[in-house]
Design a protein around this ligand. Structure first.
Ligand code: 13P
Length: 255
C-alpha cells in the first residue's frame, strides 16, 4: 500500500556506541511522529542491536542488502529468512553502490526482489542514472531498463506493497540533490511505466527519492504528488539532522 516512508540508510557507518546514541536520540525526538513510517537500516552486524534499541517504538527496522539464496553454502551471505527472523522489514536492493562496487546486474537484483517477496519482506528497489547518462538524456531509458528486469520476470503484481527508490547516482553523497521538478517528473515516469502493466499497482506503489536529502531541502520532497518519502544517507547518521527531515514530512502532511 502506498505510504509515506522516511528511511535512513546508514551504509558502512556506525558502532555499538554510535547506534545507541542515535536510536535513543531519535526515539526521544520522534515521539510525536505518527501516521507515516520511519525506518533505519544499519549495517547487518548491528541489526539485532538496533532491533532491541527500537523495541516499543514506532521506528521500523530495515536492512541494506540480501542474498538470493535462502540457505546453504554461500559464505558471508545473509538470507531473506534471516532478515525476517531478526525483525527487519524494509530491505534495500539494487543500490548504485552495490551495482557499481559489487557488479550487481539488473537480473541479479530482480532475483533479490523475488526472494524478498517470497518470504514476505518489503523490497526497496533502488534505480537511477549516472551523471553521464543524465547528461545524455537517458534517465528514463535507464530507469525503465532497471524496472523492466523485475516487471518482465515477476510481473507488475510483484510491485504490490514494494517500494521503488529513485536515486540519481550523481546526487548521492555529493550535496547536489536533483531539483523537485526533475524528481517529480521521473517519479511520474516511473508510475506511468508501471501503469502500462497494471494501473492499480502503479497507483499504490510507494516511490521514494534519495540523493543528498538534508535539513535544508527536506520539506520540499513531501509536497510533490508522486514523491512518497525519502531515503537518507549521510544526514541519517545524526539525530539532529535526521529528526529534522522526518519532522519535515510531519509538517507538510499536517498543513
Ligand atoms: P546521501 O543522502 O548521503 O546522498 O545518500 C543517499 C543514498 O544513497 C541513500 O541510499
Amino acid at each position: 500500500m502506498r505510504h509515506l516512508l522516511v528511511m535512513g540508510n546508514l551504509k558502512l557507518n556506525g558502532s555499538k556506541h554510535m547506534l545507541n546514541d542515535l536510536i535513543t536520540g531519535l526515539r526521544n525526538k520522534l515521539r510525536s511522529v505518527v501516521g507515516y513510517t520511519v525506518a533505519i537500516a544499519p549495517p547487518v552486524i548491528y541489526l539485532d542491536l538496533v532491533k532491541q534499541l527500537l523495541a516499543g517504538s514506532h521506528i521500523a527496522l530495515g536492512a541494506q542488502n540480501v542474498d538470493i539464496h535462502l540457505s546453504g553454502a554461500f559464505t558471508g551471505e545473509v538470507s531473506a529468512e534471516m532478515l525476517k527472523d531478526i525483525g527487519a522489514k524494509y530491505i534495500i536492493i539494487g543500490h548504485s553502490e552495490r551495482r557499481i562496487y559489487h557488479k550487481e546486474s539488473d537480473e541479479y537484483i530482480a532475483e533479490k526482489f523475488a526472494v524478498l517477496k517470497e518470504v514476505g519482506l518489503i523490497p526497496l528497489l533502488c534505480i537511477g542514472e549516472s551523471a553521464a547518462e543524465n547528461k545524455a538524456g537517458q534517465t528514463e531509458t535507464i530507469c525503465a531498463r532497471q524496472l523492466d528486469a523485475v516487471l518482465n520476470t515477476l510481473g507488475a503484481k510483484a510491485f504490490q506493497d514494494a517500494v521503488i527508490v529513485y536515486e540519481p547516482i550523481w546526487a548521492i553523497g555529493t550535496g547536489k540533490s536533483a531539483s523537485l521538478i526533475q524528481v517529480q517528473a521521473v517519479h511520474k515516469f516511473i508510475r506511468d511505466h508501471i501503469s502500462r502493466h497494471d494501473a492499480t499497482v502503479a497507483e499504490q506503489i510507494t516511490i521514494q527519492y534519495g540523493g543528498s536529502v538534508n535539513t535544508g531541502n527536506a520539506a520540499g520532497w513531501f509536497t510533490q504528488p508522486d514523491i512518497d518519502g525519502v531515503l537518507v544517507g549521510g544526514a541519517s547518521l545524526k539525530v539532529d539532522t535526521f529528526s529534522v527531515i522526518v519532522k519535515a514530512a510531519n509538517e507538510v502532511k499536517k498543513s
